[in-house]
Design a protein around this ligand. Sequence first.
Ligand code: ATR
Length: 308
Amino acid sequence: MARCKVKGSANGPKCEPRMTDTKFQKVRESTKRAGVMGWPVDHSLSPRVHGYWLKTYGIDGRYDRLPVAPQDILTRLRALEADGFVGCNVTVPHKQAALAGVDEAHPLAARIGAVNTVVVRPDGSLYGFNTDGFGFIENLAQGHKGFTAASGPAVVLGAGGAARAIVAALLDAGAPEVRLLNRTIEHAEALAVDLAGFGVGMLTVENWTSRADALAGAALLVNTTTLGMQGKPPLELDLSDLPGDALVNDIVYAPLETPLLAQARLRGNPAVDGLGMLLHQARPGFEAWFGRSPEVTDDLRSYVLAGD
Ligand code: ATR
C-alpha cells in the first residue's frame, strides 16, 4: 500500500495513490499539478502541449496523463483537490459525465452537454467549462487571416461531441447559417434541438446523401466525422459546388493533411488542418491553472508533431 498526501494531514493517511503515476510522491508542495483524464488516454497529446508551455514559461508545474475508467470519473474529479491538483482536462469518454461531476458549469458547457476543462476553485469547488469551440474558432482565425464566422453559411459534417461544440461556437460567433449533415440524421436532429435558439443564425439539418449539394454558397466547410482519420475510410465528397474562396477545415489531425484538405487545396480553396484546434483549446485551461496566457506557435506545433 502506497502513501499519499491528503489536504490538512501532515503525513497523510495510508491509501492507494489516486492517480496512476509513478512520480506521484515526488511532486513538491509548490508544484501546480494538472492532467488529462481519459480512458484510454495513452494517445493524448495534451501532456506534450502543456509540458512545452510549462518549460517555455519556466513554470513550476506538471501535467500528466491520468487513466481513469468510466466508473471512476466522478470519484476522481471529487478527489482532485485532495490529490493536489489545480484542475484537469477530461477527454473521451468522460466529457458528458464531467458536466455532472462539477459544482458549477459555464452556460456554454451546459448547453453543449460536455465539459473538457475543470478548475479547482479556492474554496475547493469544481468549475467546468468547454474550450473545444474556442479552440476551433481560434484555429481558423490563426490559420486563415481574416476569417470570421459571420462571413457566410457554414457546412458542418458530423454530429458527435466535437460537432456539438463547433456548431455552438459558430452560432455564438455570428454564423448566419449552419447546415448540419450526418450519416445518422437522428443524431443531427438531436443536436439541432439541443442548440435551438443559440446565436442569431439559422441551424438546418440536411440529408447526408445530399452533402455535395449543401456546399453551394458556403463560406466554410468543416469535417467533424472520423472519416479521413488514420485507419478510417476517406470522406467522399464532391467539392464542385463549393465556392472557390470557401475555407475548408478538418478537425482530424492524424494525418495532418487529410484527403479532404488535399482535395480542397488542389482546387485552390484555403484549408486549415485540425492540429491547431487541439492546441488552442488547451489555452484557457493552462491560463486558469498556471496563471499565464500561453501562445500557439510554429515551434509548439513542431514539438507536438515530433511525438514522445
Ligand atoms: P467526436 O466526439 O470526436 O465527434 P463521435 O461522437 O464518435 O466523435 O462522432 C463521430 C462522427 O463521425 C459521427 O457524426 C458519426 O456519424 P454517426 O452519428 O452516424 O455515427 C461520424 N461517422 C463515423 N463513421 C462514419 C462513416 N463511416 N460515415 C459517415 N459518418 C461517420
